[in-house]
Write a protein that binds this ligand. Structure first.
Ligand SMILES: NC(=O)c1ccc[n+]([C@@H]2O[C@H](COP(=O)([O-])OP(=O)(O)OC[C@H]3O[C@@H](n4cnc5c(N)ncnc54)[C@H](O)[C@@H]3O)[C@@H](O)[C@H]2O)c1
Length: 339
């Protein structure tokens, strides 16, 4: 009999619902508590599960024993919950972006390391089977050009109002495009310098909407390769939430989108649509399975997106925000721990 992994959820919005559904499909888990200041959301997510419902996070931790905490709160709402959980030995599954600033992320990282808990950040593309193939191909032929995109539909007064507010999300080029910065770090190597241009005013700016309508980020990698990421929040709903990339190396092109989940390979003069290496499009389910297995096996070696690595992706996102604010290129410093 497999050990049942008990988990709590912090933030009962759209992403938490997906994670809960996937965990139920994986099985061998039990939802014990849900916390959200909007209690009706927590009630709705808990459904018939019998899980406790809370608006107060500390009360949830005091009253419910859990092995893992799923953190699905908006970027502005991280106020030390991961640290409190880590100090109780609770393993962490955290939705990206992990924070709005480096100082906070470093405190969380040090709590994770001090308390030796496992962590997994939702950079799901890393887990797609096709991405393993991309790692293999790019290790023999290093990338020269990395082109990415991130599409979203955001409107003032829409669902998830925090996304449209710069102070709460730092904008789409931070909060969504981080998936692309992260996969580029994974496949191409560390990003050392960024610059960015933006456009605004196509959607009227109000108190409820003050983010960029579109933007383009340029990237310099430590390897000498270059890249760019194009972003817009003016996409139709049909492509909202889509992101992906095209990476070129010598005689090699790799194409991937999160929606399709298949790596398309153009290798030399032969075109291969190699779906045999990349059938699954459910990266999040693969990522969750590895997280749950890591807790059972008490070994995090199968987790491809630990918090310690996500901190480096955060540093790139912070650099992009700074480049947008100043109009100047920004050097991305290596991440040093505060220990
Ligand atoms: N593929 C991915 O990695 C992916 C996909 C979607 C969303 N996300 C991330 O997940 C996070 C949540 O996104 P969402 O789409 O679910 O947003 P959402 O707005 O649908 O849900 C957020 C929920 O958090 C709750 N909340 C706010 N402050 C809280 C607090 N202090 N404590 C507890 N709950 C709090 C809100 O009431 C709301 O129910 C965001 O950081 C987002 O970027 C990641």
């Amino acid at each position: 009999m497999k050990e049942v992994i008990r988990y709590g959820i912090l933030g009962a919005g759209g992403h938490a619902r997906l994670v809960h559904r996937l965990l139920c499909e994986i099985g061998g888990v039990e939802l014990v508590a849900v916390c959200d200041p909007e209690v009706e959301r927590a009630v709705s997510l808990a459904g018939q599960s019998g899980a406790g419902v809370y608006s107060n996070f500390e009360a949830m931790l005091d009253e419910k024993k859990m092995d893992a905490l799923v953190v699905c709160i908006p970027p502005f709402a991280h106020t030390g919950q991961e640290i409190q959980a880590a100090e109780r030995g609770i393993h962490l599954y955290i939705a990206k972006p992990i924070a709005l600033d480096m100082a906070y992320a470093k405190k969380v990282l040090s709590a994770i390391e001090r308390n030796k808990v496992l962590s997994c950040v939702t950079y799901g593309m890393r887990y797609a089977p096709g991405i393993c193939k991309a790692v293999e191909l790019l290790s023999a032929r290093p990338a020269v050009l990395a082109e990415g995109y991130a599409f979203l539909r955001v409107r003032p007064g829409g669902g998830r109002p925090w996304i449209a507010r710069k102070s709460l999300s730092l904008g789409q080029m931070f909060t969504q495009a981080c998936h692309v910065y992260d996969i580029f770090r994974y496949l191409v190597g560390e990003i050392v310098r960024v610059s960015a241009i933006k456009c605004e005013g196509f959607i009227p700016r109000t108190d409820a909407y003050d983010i960029e309508d579109a933007g383009v980020v340029t990237l310099h990698f430590a390897s000498g390769a270059i890249g760019q990421v194009s972003c817009t929040v003016m996409s139709p709903s049909g492509v909202s939430g889509e992101y992906g990339f095209r990476i070129t190396a010598e005689d090699l092109v790799l194409n991937f989108s999160n929606r399709e989940g298949i790596l398309h390979i153009v290798d030399g003069s032969v075109h291969r649509d190699d779906s045999s290496v990349s059938k699954s499009n459910d990266c999040e389910a693969l990522m969750l399975s590895r997280f749950i297995n890591a807790i059972r096996n008490r070994c995090g070696s199968e987790i491809l997106s630990p918090y310690a690595d996500a901190v480096k992706t955060l540093q790139v996102g912070i650099g992009v925000v700074e480049a947008l604010r100043t109009g100047q290129a920004v050097n991305i410093p290596p991440v040093c721990s505060d220990k």
